[in-house]
Design a protein around this ligand. Structure first.
Ligand SMILES: Cc1cc2nc3c(=O)[nH]c(=O)nc-3n(C[C@H](O)[C@H](O)[C@H](O)COP(=O)(O)OP(=O)(O)OC[C@H]3O[C@@H](n4cnc5c(N)ncnc54)[C@H](O)[C@@H]3O)c2cc1C
Length: 394
C-alpha cells in the first residue's frame, strides 16, 4: 500500500472511532471564545480530540501543535471528514486569518505564544481594520498607536468588528507614523480585548442579530512583542491576511465546513415541494436547485484545485478575490432559493407557526446580504481581479 493509501486507511479508522455522533451533521462549530460555552458534550469532545491530534490546523507545523500534514494528506483528511459528514471541530479568525499570517510574518516568540492556543480552541480573535471613514479605502485609517518603548498606547475607533464582544484578542491595523504617505505609516499589532482601554458596543442588524461592534480605544495597550512584521510596514502584513480571509480555502479544511452543518438544498426542497420518486417534484425548482448544486460543486473543486496547484499548499495571492466574490454570491443564491421554495414559511420572523430552521433561514437570508460587503466589498474584489489577476489597465 502506498504511503498515502495507508494514511487514508488510518485516517478513516481514526475518524470513525473518534468523531462522536453529535459532531456529524448540523450543529454548533466552536470559535474558541472563552466567552461562549460549548453546550453539547460531543461537540466539545470532538474539538478536544481533533486539537490533540493537531487537526484543527492540519497543515501547521507540529512544533506549534499543528497536524504537520502535507498538502496531499490534508486533502485526504477533508475527503474522509466529508464522507462521514463530520463538522469542522473549530472555526474562526484564529485558524483562518491570524494563524497563517503569524506563520508567515510572526516572530518565533509570537508563534509560540499564540498558535498553540488557537489550535487548542482556547482563544477567539477579532479583526480591527475598518473605521468610520476607512472601509474600502482602508489605508485612510486613523487609529493612532504611539510608541512608548516596550509598548504602544492606542487611541481611536474601529467599526464593524465582527465578534468583538466574544473575542479574547484582536489583530489591528494602526497608524504609527501620521506624517508618512498613507500606506507607509501603518503597523500591524495584536492586543488583548480584556483591558481597561478597550470598549465594545454591539451593532444591531436587520436580521435581529448583533454579530459585530464598534470598538473604542482609550489608551489601550499593545505590547511591542506583539508588533507583527516591521514598524510602519503593516500594510503588507494586513493585505496578506486579507488574502487568507478571502480564500475560503480554510473552509475546505473542514475549518468552516458548512456542508456538514446544514441540510442539503434538495432535501429541504423535497420536504416543501414534494418528492417525486427521489426527485424534487416541482420541475422549475428542480432545475434551480440542480444549477446551484452544480455551481457549488464546481466552486468547491476550483478551491481544491487551487490548493493542489499551490506548491506548498499555501493560500494564493490576489486570485483569492475570485473565491471571495463567487463564494459569497453563491451563499446569497442559496439562502434566496431557500426562501423562495419555502413560500410564506420562508419569511417567518417569530412564533410557533414556524420551525426553528425556518426562522433561522429568514435570518440567514437577511444576514447574508452582508456577505458581499465584508472582507472588502465585491466591487473591490472585481477591481482587484481586473487589475491584479487579469492585468487590465487602471
Ligand atoms: C457583516 C460584516 C462584518 C464585518 N466584519 C468586519 C471585521 O470583523 N473587521 C473589520 O475591520 N471590518 C469588518 N467589516 C467591514 C467591511 O470590511 C467594510 O464594510 C467594507 O470593507 C466596506 O467598507 P464601508 O462599509 O466603509 O463601505 P464604503 O467603502 O463606504 O463603500 C460603499 C460602497 O461603495 C463601493 N465602493 C467604494 N470604493 C469603491 C471603488 N474604488 N470601486 C468600486 N466601488 C467602490 C463599495 O463597494 C460599496 O458598495 C464588516 C462588514 C460587514 C458588513
Amino acid at each position: 500500500m502506498s504511503e498515502l493509501a495507508t494514511f487514508r486507511a488510518e485516517t478513516r479508522a481514526w475518524l470513525e472511532e473518534n468523531c462522536p455522533p453529535g459532531a456529524r451533521g448540523p450543529g454548533q462549530v466552536p470559535t474558541g471564545s472563552t466567552k461562549v460555552k460549548i453546550e453539547d458534550a460531543d461537540t466539545r469532545l470532538w474539538l478536544e480530540r481533533m486539537a490533540e491530534r493537531g487537526w484543527t490546523a492540519p497543515m501547521w507545523p507540529k512544533a506549534y501543535g499543528g497536524g504537520g500534514l502535507s498538502k496531499d494528506q490534508y486533502l485526504i483528511l477533508l475527503e474522509e471528514m466529508r464522507r462521514i459528514n463530520a463538522r469542522a471541530p473549530l472555526m474562526g479568525m484564529g485558524t483562518s486569518m491570524i494563524g497563517p499570517t503569524l506563520l508567515e510574518f510572526g516572530t518565533e516568540d509570537q508563534r509560540q505564544r499564540h498558535l498553540p492556543r488557537i489550535i487548542r480552541g482556547e482563544v477567539a480573535w477579532c479583526q480591527g481594520y475598518s473605521e468610520p471613514n476607512a472601509g474600502s479605502d482602508l489605508a485612510s485609517l486613523r487609529t493612532r498607536a504611539e510608541d512608548k518603548g516596550d509598548h504602544f498606547v492606542i487611541n481611536g475607533q474601529k467599526i464593524w468588528t465582527s465578534g468583538a464582544h466574544f473575542a479574547d484578542w484582536m489583530f489591528a491595523l494602526v497608524r504609527t507614523d501620521p506624517d508618512a504617505p498613507k500606506h507607509e505609516g501603518i503597523s500591524f499589532v495584536l492586543l488583548p480585548m480584556d483591558q481597561e482601554g478597550v470598549r465594545v458596543r454591539p451593532i444591531r442588524l436587520i436580521s435581529g442579530a448583533s454579530p459585530f461592534c464598534e470598538t473604542f480605544f482609550d489608551n489601550a495597550i499593545a505590547s511591542k512583542d506583539d508588533l507583527v512584521g516591521e514598524m510602519n510596514k503593516g500594510w503588507t502584513v494586513g493585505k496578506r491576511l486579507l488574502q487568507h480571509e478571502r480564500s475560503g480555502i480554510e473552509s475546505l479544511a473542514g475549518g468552516r465546513s458548512r456542508d456538514a452543518s446544514r441540510r442539503s438544498l434538495s432535501e429541504v426542497a423535497k420536504e416543501y415541494l414534494g418528492d417525486d420518486q427521489g426527485r424534487i417534484a416541482d420541475p422549475m425548482y428542480r432545475a434551480n436547485v440542480t444549477q446551484y448544486q452544480m455551481n457549488s460543486e464546481a466552486f468547491r473543486l476550483t478551491q481544491r484545485r487551487a490548493v493542489e496547484e499551490a506548491s506548498d499548499g499555501k493560500t494564493p495571492g490576489p486570485a483569492t478575490s475570485i473565491f471571495k466574490m463567487y463564494g459569497t454570491e453563491l451563499q446569497q443564491q442559496r439562502s434566496s432559493l431557500l426562501v423562495k421554495l419555502r413560500g410564506f414559511r420562508g419569511v417567518g420572523w417569530e412564533g410557533e407557526a414556524f420551525t426553528e430552521e425556518e426562522l433561522e433561514g429568514t435570518r440567514t437570508w437577511l444576514g447574508e446580504r452582508a456577505a458581499s460587503i465584508y472582507s472588502g466589498s465585491n466591487e473591490i474584489q472585481r477591481n482587484i481581479i481586473a487589475k491584479r489577476v487579469l492585468g487590465l489597465p487602471d
